[in-house]
Design a protein around this ligand. Structure first.
Ligand code: E4P
Length: 255
């Protein structure tokens, strides 16, 4: 499952892509673009310079308007995926745009039937909204499982992007349900690496290392800067003096 950030914040995107190295795409929507405080085109182009697979949403409602807007958004950058709403107009526009080679993300999907319609018009991605379903007492993750099952049954290649994720459990459940992509806010992605036992383990190992160093012996084989790791067993280390490596060439000559 690919991990996308659901944000238009450049700093968050830089962190996810360059610092963490786990983000392969970004989803935006008019709300997120408004938060970033830049005009749509400028912000989407900036995001596209950082990462591929950037969903940028149309705000038109009628088929013809959506087609014009979709073409314009697609022309901004090759990394753009054009987002259209799950409406008859959105689907009709998606069909035309997909026919022209534009990658389409049909967004605001809440049923299997809607997902089947998205696939029928040639969408590259469909976005079922997990959190918003949970909010109204329906099972968002079940929807992901059902769409994945229906797509498999029908041999559909449209990617299932699990959206509106609110917590780390949504992310792991999306993976178990078979989603191709999960998009999440920065805070949720940040929480994926966290576990108290990991933090405790790292602190304990560092403390043991420092204690051993203070006692004047190397804490671990190869712990000294520049030293080659000594992979011999403890028994061998007591039996044999450390082998001194012959310079290359000399070893070859002896052999
Ligand atoms: C996805 O493309 C949407 O931008 C997003 O996941 C919506 O999430 P929300 O329901 O938390 O607003």
């Amino acid at each position: 499952m690919q991990l996308f950030l659901d944000t238009a914040d450049l700093e968050e995107i830089h962190t996810g892509v360059e610092q963490w190295g786990v983000v392969s795409g970004v989803t935006t929507n008019p709300t997120l673009i408004a938060k970033a405080g830049q005009d749509h085109e400028t912000q989407v182009k900036r995001i596209c310079e950082i990462v591929g697979n950037v969903s940028a949403e149309c705000v038109s409602e009628k088929k013809d308007d959506l087609i014009v807007e979709g073409r314009r958004i697609a022309s901004w950058h090759e990394n753009v995926i054009v987002k259209v709403p799950m409406t008859w107009d959105g689907l009709a526009a998606a069909k035309v745009l997909a026919g022209e080679g534009v990658r389409i993300n049909v967004t605001l999907c809440f049923t299997v039937n809607q997902a089947l319609l998205a696939a029928t018009v040639g969408a590259y991605i469909v976005s079922p909204f997990v959190g918003r379903l949970d909010d109204i007492n329906q099972d968002g993750i079940q929807l992901i499982s059902d769409i994945v099952a229906a797509y498999r049954e029908q041999g559909v290649t449209t990617k299932v992007l699990s959206a509106s994720l609110r917590n780390p459990i949504h992310v792991q459940d999306s993976a178990l349900a078979g989603a191709d992509i999960a998009t999440m806010p920065f805070k949720v992605m940040e929480s994926l690496v966290t576990h108290p036992l990991t933090d405790q383990g790292v602190s304990r190992f560092l403390a043991d290392y420092e204690r051993a160093r203070a006692a004047g012996r190397p804490a671990a084989a190869g712990a000294d800067a520049g030293a080659k790791p000594d992979l011999r067993s403890d028994y061998r280390k007591t039996q044999e003096p450390k082998a001194v490596e012959a310079p290359q060439g000399q070893a070859a000559a002896k052999a």
